[in-house]
Design a protein around this ligand. Structure first.
Ligand code: SF4
Length: 218
């Protein structure tokens, strides 16, 4: 039994009441979500928005067009999302798996979640958080997304990782085993955790203002 004192469904209700619905993922197509998840690696959303808007203004927000555009040009456009030369390579690597199936998203939609996850994780530069964000937000697959905020919040509330290198999977399962298998809840709760980590559970936590303060023991 983990000594974490956060019950995921209670966390969901408390955060939803406090912050309200977050309406993730803000995008107009599956491919925009897929591109956005990659650009969001290690940066805040404002940077991603600028990079997406640059691609949009050049009419390049499509996988075919990105794959046919030079790295130099893409690097310039996605510069606001930081590490642009690394991200352009990763983005092209990622989009090639869709190109292999003629960009037919139904093929991927019909895959079992863990088969699709394996394909994504084989792409150079795609880690679990990016893969799971694509699965959940672009394809509505029921997999819970964990990030650095989730880790920080759970650990501050007593979560003990059993095997250090498996912290991501242990935390993902902690949520999945305790929440109803409901994509809407997974979608909303991850977004709520991000806003909690961004606004209150920062490096110096602001517990007094936090809806979870009743659970926090120093
Ligand atoms: S701010 Fe404090 S009470 Fe809120 S989640 Fe972080 S540690 Fe818990």
């Amino acid at each position: 039994m983990n000594s974490c004192n956060i019950e995921p469904i209670e966390l969901f209700h408390l955060l939803l009441k406090y912050f309200g619905p977050q309406h993730w993922w803000p995008a107009s197509s599956k491919y925009e979500i897929i591109i956005g998840t990659l650009l969001a690696q290690g940066v805040n959303w404002k940077n991603v928005e600028k990079a997406i808007s640059n691609l949009e203004s050049e009419n390049l927000l499509s996988p075919q067009k990105i794959l046919n555009t030079s790295e130099e040009k893409l690097i310039e456009l996605i510069k606001p999302s930081r590490y642009p030369s690394i991200k352009v390579k990763r983005l092209k690597n990622l989009l090639r798996i869709f190109e292999e199936k003629n960009f037919n998203l139904s093929y991927f939609q019909n895959l079992k979640v863990h088969d699709f996850r394996e394909i994504l994780l084989k792409v150079n530069g795609i880690g679990r958080e990016t893969a799971d964000s694509i699965l959940l937000y672009a394809f509505n697959k029921s997999i819970f997304v964990v990030d650095a905020y989730t880790k920080r919040i759970l650990e501050r509330h007593g979560f003990k990782v059993k095997i250090k290198s498996r912290w991501y999977e242990e935390m993902r399962l902690y949520f999945e085993e305790r929440l109803p298998k409901n994509v809407n809840i997974y979608n909303e709760l991850h977004a709520l955790i991000v806003i909690l980590g961004n606004t209150l559970c920062k490096k110096n936590p602001m517990c007094e203002k936090c809806p979870l303060k009743k659970f926090f023991k120093k």
